[in-house]
Design a protein around this ligand. Structure first.
Ligand code: NAP
Length: 307
């Protein structure tokens, strides 16, 4: 049997693609991966997903899963180990199992890069965050720290300065990597204090973030800074390893799309954070999931493969 459409990934993009393709009778196969639910499983309260005044990230993903279950979409909870888009139908491997398919929707998302410190994971959702837009509102009138020196860190610091009492931006070098305009905004913002040449070496706090210990990389001097929030903004890693060599991927690892959802391989579409280095929002990913589903259906119809 050749599948009509295989969807890879189980964040908002993958689930939305599954909902749309199920309702279009394309009988999709959804390969959710081992980490079902994606990045939202790591967030706490979500207040910016339309339709929900406030909902926990894992609860929102449960609702996506429930909706898909009711549509009788077939689901595999393992990782894709290999794909072969060199001949048609395409091949998708899950361990030893191989599935042939006429179209693929890639929605494997991206993972926040973390510092890798002991307390960082433990205090995730308890003051540690990888998404300022998602979690900033929980830090109103508090002091927060942002780590990083790229555009994401500048954007996060500026955004958080509109909500919080103060922002301390910690960067490991004496020069930002960010674009000039973003740097200028940060450097002229009197609510943001920059600490240069410093690395966070410890996250402080028992049940919630209380601050960080930093080390000056030039002098070796260590000191503690008090803060209620710690925003890590050192970049994202798109989950594209398995697609390398099969479709075009940019220098930062993001899938390159053209005409909205199309990758460089006909019939292979990409949605959500795996191809979005700017917005990175659940609602946007869900939107792209629906776009991919509609484009996959059109592609299958044009090839007379939708029935
Ligand atoms: P990025 O440009 O790769 O910057 C990552 C920053 O984090 C760098 O300053 C880096 O330091 C620092 N860093 C990396 N690993 C670290 C570690 N282990 N400890 C401490 N610091 C660490 O990532 P990004 O800021 O997420 O941006 C990614 C892409 O998206 C860029 O192309 C960016 O222009 C784009 N973007 C655009 C916008 C916008 O235009 N509105 C907004 C966000 C992102 P070093 O500088 O020392 O390497």
């Amino acid at each position: 049997m050749v599948e009509k459409v295989i969807i890879i990934g189980s964040g908002p993009a993958g689930y939305t693609a599954a909902i749309y393709t199920s309702r279009d009778d394309l009988n999709p196969l959804l390969i959710r991966g081992f980490e079902v639910g994606g990045q939202l499983m790591l967030t706490s309260e979500i207040e910016n997903f339309p339709g929900f005044k406030s909902i926990l990230g894992p609860d929102l993903m449960d609702q996506f899963a429930e909706q898909v279950k009711n549509l009788k979409c077939r689901v595999i909870d393992e990782n894709v180990s290999k794909v072969d888009f060199s001949s048609y139908p395409y091949k998708v491997y899950v361990g030893k199992d191989m599935y042939e398919t006429y179209s693929v929707i890639i929605a494997t998302g991206a993972s926040v890069k973390w510092l890798g410190l002991d307390n960082e994971k433990r205090l995730l959702g308890k003051g540690v965050s990888g998404c300022a837009v998602c979690d900033g509102a929980f830090f109103k009138q508090k002091n927060v720290i942002v780590v990083g020196g790229g555009d994401s860190a500048m954007e996060d610091a500026n955004y958080l300065s509109t909500l919080t009492d103060s922002v301390t931006l910690i960067h490991r070098r004496h020069e930002f990597r960010a674009s000039k305009i973003m740097q200028d905004r940060v450097l002229s913002n009197n609510k943001i204090k920059v600490i240069w040449d410093s690395e966070v070496v410890e996250v402080l706090g028992k049940d919630h973030v209380e601050g960080v210990k930093i080390k000056n990389v030039k002098t070796g001097e260590e000191k503690e800074i008090t803060a209620y929030g710690l925003f890590i903004a050192i970049g994202h890693t798109p989950n594209t390893d398995v697609f390398k060599g099969q479709i075009d991927i940019d220098e930062n690892g993001y899938i390159i799309t053209h005409n909205f959802t199309n990758t460089t391989k006909e019939g292979v579409f990409a949605a959500g954070d795996v191809q979005d280095k700017i917005y990175k929002q659940a609602v946007i990913a869900a939107g792209w999931g629906s776009m991919c589903a509609m484009d996959a259906r059109k592609f299958l119809e044009e090839k007379n493969l939708s029935k």
